[in-house]
Design a protein around this ligand. Structure first.
Ligand SMILES: *[C@@H]1O[C@H](CO)[C@@H](O)[C@H](O)[C@H]1NC(C)=O
Ligand SMILES: *[C@@H]1O[C@H](CO)[C@@H](O)[C@H](O)[C@H]1NC(C)=O
Ligand SMILES: *[C@@H]1O[C@H](CO)[C@@H](O)[C@H](O)[C@H]1NC(C)=O
Ligand SMILES: *[C@@H]1O[C@H](CO)[C@@H](O)[C@H](O)[C@H]1NC(C)=O
Ligand SMILES: *[C@@H]1O[C@H](CO)[C@@H](O)[C@H](O)[C@H]1NC(C)=O
Ligand SMILES: *[C@@H]1O[C@H](CO)[C@@H](O)[C@H](O)[C@H]1NC(C)=O
Ligand SMILES: *[C@@H]1O[C@H](CO)[C@@H](O)[C@H](O)[C@H]1NC(C)=O
Ligand SMILES: *[C@@H]1O[C@H](CO)[C@@H](O)[C@H](O)[C@H]1NC(C)=O
Length: 348
């Protein structure tokens, strides 16, 4: 009799363990990305409607002027002050080294009627605001960036060579960028910025870059991609990315989605340019002169950087310091090394 109760006991223990494991696995189900729950459509064209024009506000002469470079600045409805600063600083450069530059701000919809009234006034006054048909929320940035590709493909591609995507918390050095593009002279298959390799999806739901449950992104590593703070592409790439995106389920982190998942599908080689920076840096105006983008700038520091870049005294000082060895050393220590310690890594 004793010999038979022991297996029974084992069976009961195993059964209890099995129930506990089952319960644990049910409770540890990953949290959804707000707005991208399992039953929400991730078919891009449900939001983009590529076959029709969707903008609720768009300047009537949008992209009519032939431009070497079209800059689309990703901005939020409430960021009026930031847009004003950009208009007064780096955004006011319309002809650089004889090349036309156009700048537009891309916004989504807001439910705040007072704010909407202000945006309409801003649009009428400056003619550089485009407002597209989707709810302007952080988790909708992929929709925003592909709206940018749609706008460019439909209206700018015949008249412009390059598209630059940039967030509105950035300082942009347009002359340096034009210089780089002219030197590179690559008018096809160019997608350039700060390339990030071997970055892993973040599965902690409170993180800003939370990847979501595996139905959003199943793999353990992101494909190589470009930091979304700013990237530049030749006109053909905008069209190619849009086409493949329309057949790729939305992943809400726009840079991983467009410059990683979609770019990989079309076999595009990403071009790393160390002058695109996307992390915090100590202010150093002589260094900023060497860079194309500087991240995380409030309106006041954008103004300061812009002023110093047009300051003759500062120019002289930088020339005296134009000891490339030290600049390179500084870059190494403060840009490349700093980024190595971050979650999002540069390529080897
Ligand atoms: C998705 O599911 C939630 C709860 O399960 C429900 O409230 C919501 O209406 C559903 N949405 C759609 C678009 O089916
Ligand atoms: C630059 O823009 C002007 C109009 O503002 C236009 O006449 C000119 O052709 C453009 N230049 C180039 C090189 O496209
Ligand atoms: C709209 O603009 C007015 C005047 O510039 C400002 O006082 C107000 O706060 C703005 N409203 C919103 C909702 O931003
Ligand atoms: C994204 O935009 C769509 C279309 O406007 C909207 O239905 C959805 O709620 C938005 N999602 C988020 C996360 O805001
Ligand atoms: C751009 O050029 C293509 C081919 O030349 C033409 O089919 C298309 O209508 C043009 N688009 C615009 C917006 O002018
Ligand atoms: C750019 O490249 C094209 C062809 O690849 C060439 O014809 C042209 O001369 C080049 N321009 C410059 C400025 O190097
Ligand atoms: C996930 O990994 C598989 C196998 O390595 C690869 O074929 C696929 O392209 C990856 N998917 C994405 C979205 O990166
Ligand atoms: C930048 O320069 C303008 C005039 O050139 C001046 O009015 C403004 O106060 C300066 N701003 C900063 C932050 O230095």
């Amino acid at each position: 009799m004793k010999g038979r109760t022991i297996p029974k006991l084992f069976f009961v223990i195993w059964f209890i363990l099995f129930i506990i494991i089952l319960c644990l696995s049910m409770f540890s189900v990953d949290e959804d990305v707000p707005g991208w729950e399992y039953n929400i459509s991730r078919k891009l064209n449900d939001y983009i409607h590529n076959e029709v024009e969707t903008a609720s506000l768009i300047p009537s002469d949008f992209c009519d002027n032939p431009s070497f470079l079209v800059i689309i600045c990703i901005s939020s409805p409430q960021d009026f002050e930031v847009r004003q600063t950009i208009r007064k600083t780096w955004g006011k450069e319309k002809v650089v080294k004889g090349h036309n530059v156009s700048l537009y701000f891309l916004l989504g919809q807001t439910t705040d009627l007072d704010l909407q009234k202000n945006i309409t006034e801003e649009y009428l006054q400056f003619r550089d605001v485009v407002q597209e048909q989707f709810h302007d929320k952080y988790n909708n940035l992929t929709i925003k960036s592909t709206m940018m590709l749609k706008l460019f493909t439909w209206k700018c591609q015949n008249s412009s060579s390059y598209l630059l995507k940039i967030d509105d918390d950035m300082y942009l050095n347009i002359p340096k960028l034009i210089n780089e593009l002219l030197t590179k002279n690559q008018t096809e298959n160019l997608l350039m910025g700060s390339v990030i390799c071997n970055s892993k999806p973040i599965r902690t739901s409170k993180d800003k870059w939370y990847a979501g449950p595996s139905y959003m992104f199943p793999n353990n590593t992101y494909p190589t991609y470009i930091s979304g703070t700013s990237y530049c592409m030749s006109g053909d790439v905008a069209q190619k990315l849009l086409k493949v995106a329309l057949a790729t389920p939305i992943f809400h982190l726009e840079d991983v989605y467009l410059t990683g998942i979609c770019a990989k599908k079309i076999g595009l080689k990403l071009t790393h340019n160390g002058r695109f920076t996307y992390h915090e840096m100590k202010p150093n105006y002589c260094l900023y002169k060497q860079l194309i983008t500087v991240h995380n700038q409030d309106p006041n520091s954008i103004q300061k950087i812009y002023n110093s870049s047009h300051d003759v005294e500062m120019d002289k000082r930088c020339q005296r310091e134009e000891n490339m060895f030290f600049v390179r050393k500084w870059l190494m220590e403060n840009v490349i090394l700093v980024s190595k310690n971050r979650r999002r890594r540069h390529c080897p």
